[in-house]
Design a protein around this ligand. Sequence first.
Ligand SMILES: [Zn+2]
Ligand SMILES: [Zn+2]
Length: 291
Amino acid sequence: MSSSLHLPPSMSPLLMLEPVGRAWENIMKSYSPATIEFAGTLIVQLVFFWGPCAIYLSLDKLFPRFSERHKIQPAPKQPTRSEILDCLGVVLKNQIISTALHGLLIYISTLTGKGAFRVEASLPSLHEIVRDLIFSLLLREALFYYSHRVLHHPRLYPKIHKIHHRFTAPVALAAQYAHPIEQIVANILPITIPPQLLNSHILTFWIFMAYELIETTTVHSGYDFFLNAAKMHDLHHEKFLIYFGAIGVLDWFHGTDGSKMAAKRKAKGAVAGKGVSQNKVDAGVKGEKSD
Ligand SMILES: [Zn+2]
Ligand SMILES: [Zn+2]
């Protein structure tokens, strides 16, 4: 049976899921690689972005006491209903733009014959999946950290990144509340470039994309779930000047993690207020209200 699936000799975790292998083979027989890449990526976006968003956003309606207990920032700082509706419109617009761009890139790749990902009947091995995920995770951190810091440059911040910082107490949907340039440069490219460099299997890319979408909605959720995974990015939205990365390694390396900043301010003692002003200039938020 398994020989008909065109599986590689190396072990794949998906081999353990025979129905998955069979379903994948049927999909490959029924649709073109371009259709599979476009439709599959859209489905991953719909399920793993809108799914967590719906869960996080409905918590305060369905379980208000539970929600209040786990919210990182207090109720008065939470966004209003109209702000969330505005957020919904911006996110929909961004996703339409990114989906259209993806469609265009796939169309170009069909003309050139060079696809960004491997869309093939063979399933990736466990070794390949783990290798690609680790590499993609680390490179995504670097691309996100540095593009994010560039967006905090005083010349770019007011025009582009200030939009994303409108939510000082973020909600999951605010993960893609951004200027279209930021959506492409800081949100999409750091996730798509690493697996493209590796010419990853499309299934590996979808696993990575699903993980990153769950991660970004969780760190914007405003809740302390999953060992307070949202704490760092929530602090970035609240304070602007700290935690530019997602994992925290580059924040530690560059001294932009919260503890080092606090120690610096403490050392400055009486002139702490002056130090904060300078930090705000560095962050590109000079003269911007933080509410
Ligand atoms: Zn920022
Ligand atoms: Zn954010």
